[in-house]
Design a protein around this ligand. Structure first.
Ligand SMILES: Nc1ncnc2c1ncn2[C@@H]1O[C@H](COP(=O)(O)OP(=O)(O)OP(=O)(O)O)[C@@H](O)[C@H]1O
Ligand SMILES: O=P(O)(O)OC[C@H]1O[C@H](OP(=O)(O)OP(=O)(O)O)[C@H](O)[C@@H]1O
Ligand SMILES: O=C(O)c1cccnc1
Ligand SMILES: [Mg+2]
Length: 564
């Protein structure tokens, strides 16, 4: 027998749900409907962040939940004791106790897929009793991961937009030309440990390069990165505190007193001629950098904004870096955590370019400039407009809390029972449900770019085929229709859980999910869908059959108002 992983968070189980799922399931059981065959769809109605795309995530934990789904005797004892359920027939609790997902199937988009409104992310088929019980748990396992991965990818896209704004100038510092990376720094600001860990995980799928979360590194294999905090700088007050510190000379092997070498630069005893500014920097900060260099001579990166970025931090960093360079080490860079990040990053990069030249130290060209401090998508756009030399963003609060839109509104709706489609009407057109069991396809055009997603009736429609024209309709607007002859067609959903038996598809590794994100975002690049300002909407359409079916059912079920 294959053993499956259990959910990452051990709060996940059949009780991690809303009471009304259990009361509805009791009513179904009581009325002998719990075994009827149901189909539920989980989807969202509107892309988050005023955007035109969403990345689907959370499927890995959904599959684990279905494999592990089982009420314990303690769960049942608790349910029996609650005022809402204590009157229930004892047979119901026997039913719950033996319940599992052996008759349930999950079809879904692959994790990391580009997803659009109304196309189901997940389709749950099987006994009504179980299908209903899964609603809230599946929503909580999908809403935040998908929102977070989308937020992450949007930030990475904005960071990369810098390529389009880069000024064309021959003497531009080398940092301005580097590929920009994003690292997730949000654990301390996240909504608790689960929010923090999930953010690290799904930000990686959403193209963040690394995380500062060590647990996520260990458990998930995500690259971990880190600099140091202000506290480290604050902990030193004077150069006396680092008088004895030595570092091995990488070339000769002998120990070298760092402070002595640094002072040779500062006081111009070695003829480097750095300038008077270097003599006026903060001593405590210089001591801290020397101490940090002793600990990390091979990966020396300093937070430079504790006192004054340009007048102190930058210069202190440069002096220690020059010494490390003399000893055979390659310093790594600086972090900016306040002030005007565009202007400061440029000032630092220009200083690096100047020293690379005047001191003949090419490593200055390759130093990283890390920027953090409340960065969000809008800040990234503004930084691009101004021009900057940041090579790595550390993003916490706005990424993990999804401050720009704190929830994705995925819903879970019954679309079919016992082979009969179910409809839900609403005054609000956006809330009208497209009834029945459907199949969804992505139709590609001549240039291999996706044209639209098409939902068809699973029973009545033939699948669309490459080279064959198909009528595609806006489900709610009669006049909005197009004839499409796709160059390629892909079926969007695969079977990821089949009653606990070996399913057809596996969710794959986070790296594979991330590769899919890269591939799918690359596939729509240049179509306007990923734009920040007024992004182009991607069409989601239905077959003629499905359109007619929706509107016939609509007319049958909605009473005609009387005019008197
Ligand atoms: N050049 C820039 N253009 C637009 N926004 C920027 C720029 N530089 C920084 N920001 C953003 O502006 C906000 C304010 O930065 P600032 O350093 O003034 O914040 P602060 O809260 O006063 O600093 P501190 O963190 O030291 O308290 C931050 O969210 C930062 O990301
Ligand atoms: O700004 P975020 O996107 O959330 O990124 C994470 C922040 O966490 C650290 O701040 P810290 O806890 O030291 O507080 P402070 O810098 O705001 O004073 C770090 O210096 C970043 O500023
Ligand atoms: O390593 C860092 O610089 C870091 C990590 C978490 C939060 N802020 C900064
Ligand atoms: Mg900070």
């Amino acid at each position: 027998m294959t053993s499956y992983e259990t959910p990452t968070n051990n709060l996940v189980g059949p009780l991690l749900t809303d009471l009304y799922q259990i009361t509805m399931t009791y009513a179904h059981w009581k009325n002998k409907r719990h075994e009827e065959h149901s189909v539920f769809e989980l989807f969202f109605r509107k892309n988050p962040f005023k955007g035109s795309f969403t990345l689907f995530c959370g499927l890995d934990e959904v599959v684990k939940h279905l494999h592990a789904f089982k009420f314990s005797q303690e769960d049942i004892d608790y349910l029996k004791s609650t005022p809402s359920l204590q009157h229930c027939d004892p047979g119901f609790f026997d039913y719950l106790l033996q319940l599992d997902c052996s008759k349930t199937q999950i079809q879904a988009l692959p994790q990391g897929s580009l997803a659009f409104p109304r196309v189901p992310l997940v389709i749950v088929s099987g006994p009504l009793g179980v299908g209903q019980l899964l609603e809230t748990t599946l929503l909580t396992l999908i809403n935040y991961p998908s929102l977070l991965a989308t937020n992450a990818a949007r930030m990475v896209l904005r960071a990369h937009d810098h390529d389009n704004h880069r000024p064309q100038s021959a003497d531009l510092p080398r940092q301005c030309q580097k590929q920009i990376l994003c690292a997730e720094f949000g654990l301390r600001r996240a909504q608790g440990p689960d929010g923090g860990f999930s953010a690290s995980k799904y930000a990686f799928v959403g193209l963040f390069a690394a995380t500062s979360n060590v647990k996520a590194g260990k458990e998930l294999g995500i690259p971990i990165v880190g600099t140091h905090a202000h506290a480290f700088v604050q902990s030193y007050l004077s150069l006396d505190e680092v008088q004895e510190l030595t570092v091995a000379n990488k070339n000769s092997g002998g120990q070298v007193n760092l402070l002595e070498k640094v002072l040779e630069y500062r006081d111009n005893k070695n003829g480097a001629n750095l300038g008077e500014d270097f003599q006026k920097t903060n001593d405590g900060e210089l001591a801290a950098f020397i101490a940090y260099a002793c600990a990390f001579p091979d990966s020396f990166l300093c937070l430079v904004d504790t006192y004054d970025t340009v007048k102190s931090g930058l210069l202190n960093f440069c002096m220690v870096s020059l010494v490390l360079g003399d000893l055979g080490y390659t310093p790594k860079g600086i972090r900016l955590d306040s002030g005007d990040l565009a202007a400061l990053s440029m000032a630092c990069a220009h200083k690096f370019a100047e020293l690379a030249k005047s001191q003949n130290r090419p490593f200055f060209h390759d130093l990283d400039i890390v920027a953090s401090n409340d960065i969000n998508e809008k800040t990234l756009v503004k930084l691009n407009q101004q021009g900057h030399a940041i090579t790595l963003y550390g993003i916490g609060t706005n990424l993990v809390t999804c401050q720009a839109q704190p929830a994705l509104g995925c819903v879970y709706k019954l679309v079919e029972l016992n082979g009969k489609p179910r409809l839900k009407l609403s005054q609000e057109i956006a809330k009208v449900l497209i009834p029945g069991r459907k199949r969804a396809y992505r139709l590609f055009g001549k240039k291999e770019a996706p044209l639209l997603d098409l939902m068809v009736d699973a029973d009545k429609d033939d699948p669309p085929e490459a080279g064959k024209p198909v009528l595609c309709r806006n489900p709610f607007q009669a006049m909005d229709r197009v004839m499409v002859t796709p160059s390629r067609v892909t079926l969007l959903h695969g079977v990821y859980f089949d009653g606990g038996k070996e399913a057809l598809e596996s969710v794959g590794s986070l790296q594979e999910n991330r590769n899919l994100v890269k591939e799918q975002l690359g596939g729509v690049a240049g179509m306007g869908i990923l734009d920040y300002e007024e992004p182009k909407q991607y069409p989601v359409m239905v077959s003629d059959n499905l359109y007619n079916f929706l509107h016939t059912m609509w007319q049958e079920q909605l009473p005609v108002p009387e005019l008197s």
